[in-house]
Design a protein. Structure first.
Length: 167
């Protein structure tokens, strides 16, 4: 999965994707942080509690992040600024979960890397699910310090996918 994310196509061949496999104590720290977020956000975010339990029940989690605050150089305006120079000069701010603004091409690269990693897990019959909330907790814990956005892909190999019937 790491190899698939690493070798996934990237805009202009520029690699701003970051990956790491987390298990054991670090995986539990992410689940604990997800519980903290669930308590802080209360009813608006019960998914953090549910996904935290999914993470605990998983063997490991692949974190995939992107250095999304770097400019691409196309001046497309997808970031909300007319030029890449203005985007680059804009203050980078931490929102509720992630840092921004982000270059749309870097975000597309993140999506392609995530899809590639999830695809290879599926090809190998490893149950997995891309989880935004895992990435939120990983960002809070600074597990990929250079990443402006992080997503998690927990993996499991049981008789039935633990990511299918979630409540």
């Amino acid at each position: 999965m790491l190899l698939s994310a690493r070798t996934a196509p990237k805009s202009a061949g520029i690699d701003d994707i970051l990956t790491v496999i987390v298990h054991g104590k670090e995986k539990e720290e992410i689940a604990v942080e997800m519980g903290k977020i669930a308590r802080q956000r209360q009813k608006a975010s019960t998914g953090f509690k549910r996904d935290g339990q999914n993470l605990r029940d998983s063997e490991a989690v692949l974190l995939v992040g992107v250095k999304g605050t770097r400019k691409f150089g196309l001046d497309c305006g997808g970031c909300g600024y007319p030029t890449c120079t203005e985007f680059e000069r804009a203050a980078k701010k931490l929102g509720q979960d992630f840092e921004g603004p982000n270059c749309i091409f870097k975000i597309l690269d993140l999506g392609i890397a995530l899809g590639s990693a999830a695809k290879i897990a599926s090809t190998l019959n490893v149950d997995n699910r891309i989880m935004y909330r895992v990435g939120t907790a990983a960002k809070r814990l600074n597990l990929l310090p250079e990443a402006s956005i992080i997503m998690g892909i927990p993996i499991s190999a049981k008789g039935k996918s633990i990511y299918f019937d979630r409540k």
